[in-house]
Design a protein around this ligand. Structure first.
Ligand code: NAP
Length: 225
């Protein structure tokens, strides 16, 4: 990888150094408000099952479909994501989408990553299968299809028909892999509701995240989201 390219990576990992092999980079896209064990298991399972070299958690700066909803600050979401992933050598966290001004569109992220990394680095965009149902409404969905393989993480018992139908009807040639992740019975909205109700978050998200939420008084009042 040439020096200029490496400099431009910022907090993104260097990958693709050996032109003789293919690398697989997972990009874990989400709002992470807050991050929880379901996200962590989904990332680890994706890494293992798809043979990813690394997974970069990328908290959305200003989530495209949540412009009318209350979302915790990007800095809080970033800090919790850092705390949650710190002990896994295969995980990274990037401020890439947080630093970009304006609404966060996945196509902008993937296009930029495609330019930053050499061709021997394949991109895998991992997110919830529920988010993927709406992908045809995402900006430049057809370009996204050319830039990355999509990984839709689902909870057990999740009916894939809606997601599969939405993709089929789009007429866009998405490459989608669905992964069933038992721990995704946990959701961020459930954690927020538990906070409002004064219930414990222990064992649903790492202790460090529980501590951060307590210390900063996140999610204590009723939310719109
Ligand atoms: P969301 O609509 O809040 O999430 C839908 C479902 O997917 C929820 O059940 C959610 O659970 C789950 N989920 C979200 N991220 C996940 C992940 N990484 N792994 C496993 N499950 C996940 O989705 P969002 O968080 O706002 O957006 C997800 C990603 O899609 C982000 O990277 C976002 O930027 C991108 N996106 C892009 C566009 C666009 O470009 N126009 C539009 C929408 C979304 P939790 O609530 O528990 O996470």
């Amino acid at each position: 990888m040439d020096e200029a390219r490496e400099r431009n990576l910022g907090d993104l990992p260097v990958l693709g150094e050996d032109p003789g092999r293919t690398y697989r980079l997972g990009i874990m896209g989400g709002t992470f408000d807050p991050i929880h064990n379901g996200h962590l298991v989904a990332a680890e399972q994706s890494r293992h099952d798809l043979g990813l070299d690394l997974v970069v958690f990328m908290p959305a700066g200003s989530p495209a479909f949540k412009q009318d909803l209350r979302v915790s600050s990007a800095e809080d979401r970033y800090a919790m994501t850092l705390l949650a992933t710190a002990d896994n050598p295969n995980f990274r966290v990037s401020r890439f989408e947080i630093e970009r001004k304006g609404i966060t569109y996945t196509v902008d992220t993937l296009s930029a990553l495609r330019e930053l990394y050499p061709d021997n680095v394949e991109l895998y965009f991992i997110t919830g299968a529920d988010a993927i149902i709406d992908i045809v409404k995402w900006r430049d969905a057809d370009r996204i299809a050319k830039l990355a393989t999509l990984v839709g993480a689902t909870r057990p018992g999740y009916n894939l028909d809606t997601a599969v139908d939405a993709i089929d009807r789009s007429g866009i040639n998405f490459d989608v892999i669905y992964l069933e992740v038992p721990a995704l019975a946990i959701s961020s909205s459930h954690l927020r509701e538990r906070c409002v109700a004064g219930q414990s978050l222990r064992y649903l998200t790492p202790d460090q995240v529980v501590g951060y939420i307590d210390k900063h008084g996140l999610y204590v009042s009723q939310r719109i989201a």
